[in-house]
Design a protein around this ligand. Structure first.
Ligand code: 5AD
Ligand code: SF4
Length: 351
């Protein structure tokens, strides 16, 4: 093993703050070093987050998107995609089902459906909160501050807005018409409004380096995010990046493990994208620092249309099957299903 790798890993195990260069050294681990990195991340996960894996039921309620990100199948330029918006009644029904199955968090996610009425989403949030004993995460992209405030007042607990990449130039190239600073500004607003904030990035984007990935982790540490969604870039033929190579499982797991070392108290999901590139991807991620799984609660008839990337796992699974599969993954990793809301640890400390 390289001496700088061993030194960085030791410093991480002693909870010392790693530099961006040290994180890059960890992420560039070879096979032998990776095994040590994964063990250390698993130990850190066990020490700070325990053995519980939180299951957050995700409802993909609209695939309409006004943005044109180069990597994503929901981009407005993808005219081949059949668009849908679930009705309020359908969303509430899916939320009830998720809660009955045992989800203590409901994630409401959509494309950047900017004409979706903010008031309607606020009503849905308020009704779910009054009827069901669940936390709510929203993930509906860039919206005006007033909308975020309205939804927070309606009872939303958390907001997920991935920064996608810390490289500002790459960000603007891949997300035409948008800039990283504005996205970070939005994350700051969400924080001010009292949300638990989630960010995250893709691994293996064209033009990205190991240093970029280390920078993603440093950025999330600076923002003190409560959740960090890290998953591989999966090329989608219906997008401009369709013929680029995708992110590998190895690089994704190394980035995830390095993130666990730098963000010991942050919730790290074993992402669906990880499952898409490897059948055992999520179980492997649970052994490299992850402590969250997001079973899909979207009604089957809409599943295939939420096609961010191809080969998305679980397209034929009913919500019941998605939940049961998640439970099996938790068990096969030797862990247990979380019984609480899975709020951020910092949030619980404040109470
Ligand atoms: N591969 C992997 N993840 C993707 N996302 C979008 N397109 C892709 C892709 N091709 C992720 C982004 C975004 C979320 C909606 O999905 O991180 O935040
Ligand atoms: Fe729309 Fe989000 Fe996909 Fe970009 S990543 S095209 S904003 S759904």
């Amino acid at each position: 093993m390289r001496t700088d790798f061993v030194r960085a890993l030791e410093r991480a195990a002693n909870l010392e703050e790693l530099s961006r260069d040290e994180l890059a050294v960890l992420i560039s681990a070879d096979e032998e070093e990776s095994a040590a990195l994964f063990d250390c991340a698993d130990m850190m996960r066990s020490r700070f987050m325990g053995d519980e894996v939180h299951l957050r039921g995700i409802i993909e309620f609209s695939n309409i998107c006004s943005s044109n990100c180069y990597y994503c199948g929901l981009r407005k330029g993808n005219t081949a995609l059949k668009r849908y918006r679930m009705s309020k009644a359908e969303i509430l029904e899916s939320a009830r089902k998720a809660a009955v199955l045992g989800c203590r968090t409901i994630v409401l996610q959509s494309g950047e459906d900017r004409s979706y009425p903010a008031g309607l989403l606020a009503e849905i949030v308020a009704e779910i909160k009054s009827e069901l004993d669940v936390a709510i995460t929203l993930s509906v992209g860039e919206r005006p501050r007033e909308d975020y405030a309205l939804w927070r007042e309606a009872g939303a607990d958390r907001y997920l807005l991935k920064h996608e990449t810390c490289d500002g130039k790459l960000f603007s190239e891949l997300r035409p018409g948008t800039v990283l600073e504005e996205r970070l500004q939005r994350l700051a607003w969400l924080r001010e409004l009292g949300y638990q904030v989630g960010s995250g990035n893709m691994v293996g984007l064209p033009g990205q380096t190991v240093e970029t990935l280390a920078g993603d982790i440093v950025l999330m540490r600076e923002m003190e995010v409560e959740m960090a969604g890290i998953g591989p870039f999966v090329p989608n033929r219906q997008t401009p990046l369709g013929s680029c190579p995708g992110g590998t499982l190895e690089l994704t797991l190394k980035t995830l493990a390095a993130a666990r070392l730098a963000l010991p108290r942050t919730h790290l999901p074993a992402t669906t994208a990880t499952a898409t590139i490897d059948a055992l991807g999520r179980v492997k991620a649970l052994r490299c620092g992850a402590n969250v799984i997001m079973p899909n609660m979207t009604p089957l008839k809409y599943r295939a249309s939420y096609s961010i990337y191809p080969g998305k796992t679980g397209l034929e699974d009913t919500p019941e099957e998605s939940y049961a599969k998640a439970v099996r993954m938790v068990e096969s990793a030797g862990r247990k299903v979380g019984t609480g809301y899975g709020h951020s640890l910092r949030h619980l400390e404040k109470k």
